[in-house]
Design a protein around this ligand. Structure first.
Ligand SMILES: Cc1ncc(COP(=O)(O)O)c(C=O)c1O
Length: 378
């Protein structure tokens, strides 16, 4: 078993999570307090040992590894030309806005959602339309009627987070198919951010249904965004990729890059290859550890703050805690006053909610919950 229990000192390492507000105990931004798989570290080391760090391109064994990953994990056979390498996934969201929208056109998404989804429209002088997810029998899903009411003829893109950040939902085949059918009806690009798909906590129960698993006709209007960064804790290296089956969509997407993106980091390519090629045993250990933390967090909050709402967390290491029904007016300010740094729900479109990152040592999580519960629940 991989050791995820030993605390790792991260302060003073230039860590966004730990060094941004060093006076607080951080459980906010989505990176984990774990060392990456040894094979990833070894791949980085051996690339560093070469000592020459000129401009890079994706090397053949990385492309083959991505193709095997897509085949084995998603069941999709991707020709090399469908894969677009990127230095991060957020720039891809922005590229899509610029490629498919013009000033005044609309981007549609559902909230609460990962904050950049609520900002990329600015990059293309577009406008944002949002619809809240709805609770249907304990599961957060799409409000189909509200989507129909909201969409306009000048809406160009639907941005999807699947698995969903921050609510941890893994959308099922029928939901993704209905969403893609909605996109077809209204002539929208389906921009499917699947960065969390290797962090599904119980894959037997909630398998991943990728936009790449749609019928050929529906898949033809999709851009699927993937990365090893969340799963293997290498977000700081900057690597992601898009799979875009339709030629003309792919050409428009890549053309929108212009001169705005830097070359991709020559070390990140090798880390990504090692993660997908050798990381599976480590990933399984990680999922087991995260399940324990998820169960601890949900049972503690449900027991100690009965008025707070925590969804069934099917994926990710992020817990969305809805404090709307509690007395507390401003939960994020209260937890900060108590010394905790969590993500503010307002940035996800829902104030009076907070997001807690449980990708950390179980003992540390317990102690954070001991601080959180009395402050928020009182
Ligand atoms: C849904 C989602 N997309 C994208 C990202 C970030 O991707 P990148 O660091 O590659 O820009 C995150 C990070 O938390 C995320 O949760």
């Amino acid at each position: 078993m991989t050791d995820f229990d030993t605390p790792i000192a991260r302060r003073g390492t230039g860590s966004l999570k730990w060094d941004k507000r060093p006076e607080l105990n951080p459980l906010w931004v989505a990176d984990m307090d774990f060392v990456s798989p040894p094979e990833v570290i070894e791949a980085i080391r051996s690339r560093v040992d070469h000592g020459v760090f000129g401009y890079a391109q994706a090397h053949p064994s990385l492309v083959e590894t991505l193709q095997s990953y897509l085949q084995n994990r998603i069941g999709y056979s991707a020709p090399e030309e469908e894969i677009v390498h990127l230095g991060g996934l957020v720039p891809a969201l922005s590229l899509a806005a610029r490629a498919f929208g013009k000033a005044g056109d609309k981007v549609l998404t559902c909230t609460p959602v990962y904050p950049p989804f609520l900002g990329i429209h600015h990059d293309a002088a577009m406008e944002l339309l949002t619809v809240d997810h709805v609770d249907s029998g304990g599961k957060w899903t799409f409000d189909w009627q509200a989507l129909e009411d909201k969409v306009t003829p000048d809406t160009k893109i639907f941005v999807l987070s699947n698995p969903q950040n921050p609510m941890g939902r893994v959308f099922a085949e029928d939901e993704i198919t209905q969403l893609a059918t909605f996109c077809e009806k209204h002539d929208l690009i389906l921009l499917s951010d699947e960065i969390h798909c290797d962090l599904i906590l119980d894959e037997e129960k909630t398998p991943h249904f990728s936009a790449l698993n749609l019928s050929e006709a529906l898949r033809d209007r999709t851009i699927t965004l993937l990365a090893p960064s969340k799963t293997y804790n290498i977000a700081g290296l900057g690597y992601a990729f898009a799979v875009i089956p339709n030629d003309s969509i792919r050409r428009r997407f890549t053309a929108a890059r212009g001169h705005t993106l830097p070359e991709i980091n020559c070390i990140a390519y090798y880390a990504a290859e090692a993660a997908y090629k050798h990381g599976e045993p480590w990933r399984q250990d990680l999922l087991a550890y995260l399940r324990t933390n998820r169960d601890l967090l949900t049972s503690t909050i449900r027991e100690r703050i009965p008025g707070a709402k925590v969804p069934q967390i099917e994926a990710t290491y992020l817990a969305w805690i809805d404090c709307t029904a509690l007395q507390i007016e401003n939960p994020i300010r209260a937890v900060e006053d108590a010394g905790l740094y969590l993500s503010d729900g307002a940035f996800f479109g829902h104030p009076r909610c907070v997001r807690m990152n449980f990708g950390t040592q179980t003992e540390r999580l317990k102690s954070a919950l001991d601080t959180f519960c009395p402050v928020v629940g009182s």
